[in-house]
Design a protein around this ligand. Sequence first.
Ligand code: TGC
Ligand code: FAD
Length: 387
Amino acid sequence: MITPTALFAFDTLLTEEEREIRNTVRRVCDREIRPHVAEWFETGELPARELARTLGSLGVLGMHLEGYGCAGMGAVSYGLACLELEAADSGLRSLVSVQGSLAMYAIWKYGSEEQKQEWLPAMAAGERIGCFGLTEPDFGSDPAGMRTTAKREGGDWVLNGTKMWITNGSVSDVAVVWARTDEGVRGFLVPAGTPGFTVNDVKHKISLRASVTSELVLDGVRLPDAALLPGARGLSGPLGCLNEARFGIVFGAMGAALDCLETAIAYAGDREVFARPLASYQLTQEKLADMALELGKGLLLAVHLGRLKEAGTITPEQVSAGKLNNVREALEIARKCRTLLGASGITLEYPVIRHAVNLESVLTYEGTSEIHSLVLGKALTGIAAFH
Ligand code: TGC
Ligand code: FAD
């Protein structure tokens, strides 16, 4: 027998340091996350503060950023960490993506020196949590339509509007909020507790239950000019952050798929149907072979994109290709594995249905599959079909 990753000699694509990082993250997930994650999912309650500190000591928060207490690791190492976290649960990878690739990255890339010193070391350590408010109730795929405004009043800014579906919202110490100004879209750092800033959690989720999702309400929130991110002007500011988080998902989705496939292979070996192991039937083996192929192709694509990112040549369209393919295939793998587990596949005793419903969110956030198809369509034809 051979594991799905060994089939593709996946480890030969990685350096010793990358394998070591992957193994360390896996060990911490096995010890600190996997024993509890089904319960967090079932109750819809995540010990986010505690987890942030665990993940901070592990060094994965903003691990691909340089300086300010961040580990400065390569893109593939970051991707492998996302893979291991998402093999535990997409909600955990979300916490890390939003903290490191959206909130911290926005401050690291566009922030003033004072903002970086104030927030980044504490966020890398997991002592402070951040969120990223781009989506609004009426503008998800089309953030250019945002209604949240920031107006200058004397030396201050006053923000009004609502952000929706914001990961880490109610557990955050700081929200990176994108708003329309007379100078186009600008980013602001809104500390928790600022008068006029309230946060309400989204309840009754069936997907990504081991993750905090919130609404951010800004009602006359007054901020000093020092809260403005000086380096971001226009929609390219927030969209530049999305490239970072989407890249992590290219690897992360394959982690969820791998966990499903390994579970299904073990189950099919143990489960007897019609007096023989489920694994011994040709229909089962075809399913397993097809899933291993898609998993292997997705992993190869992820490492290829990681090497392009490390070389500094990756394009947003290539990130879209990876996000579109790997999330779509991960979801197919999760659904197919669910069929192999029969009725057992619908319980939280196994991780498969949890991954499957989580991946429905992953398919939608960070750009829906339709938006990424349109990004590729535009790249291939030169015609933008979004509008
Ligand atoms: P468009 O006119 O094409 O572009 C406006 C400006 O932005 C630039 N740009 C990008 N820059 C960097 N990276 C990218 N990927 C970029 N895409 C576009 C573009 O060059 C232009 O710059 P400039 O200087 O000329 O002004 O914009 P559009 O309004 O036509 O929209 C394009 C579209 C639809 C692709 C974009 O709006 C989009 O990506 N929509 C999807 C929105 C989205 O993904 N939201 C995610 C919110 S965050 C989230 O979901 C977190 S989930 C939690 C977790 O990660 O775990
Ligand atoms: P819509 O944009 O209304 O799309 C509805 C449908 O229309 C989709 O199928 C879409 O693909 C399709 N569609 C849209 N435009 C077109 C078009 N031009 N052509 C064809 N079809 C189209 N956002 C943040 O800012 N920060 C976060 O931290 C964050 N976390 C999230 C966590 C979770 C669990 C979820 C579910 C979402 C999160 N989001 C976050 C929001 C996420 O980015 C949006 O849900 C996503 O961008 C889609 O927006 P929407 O839900 O408004 O769908």
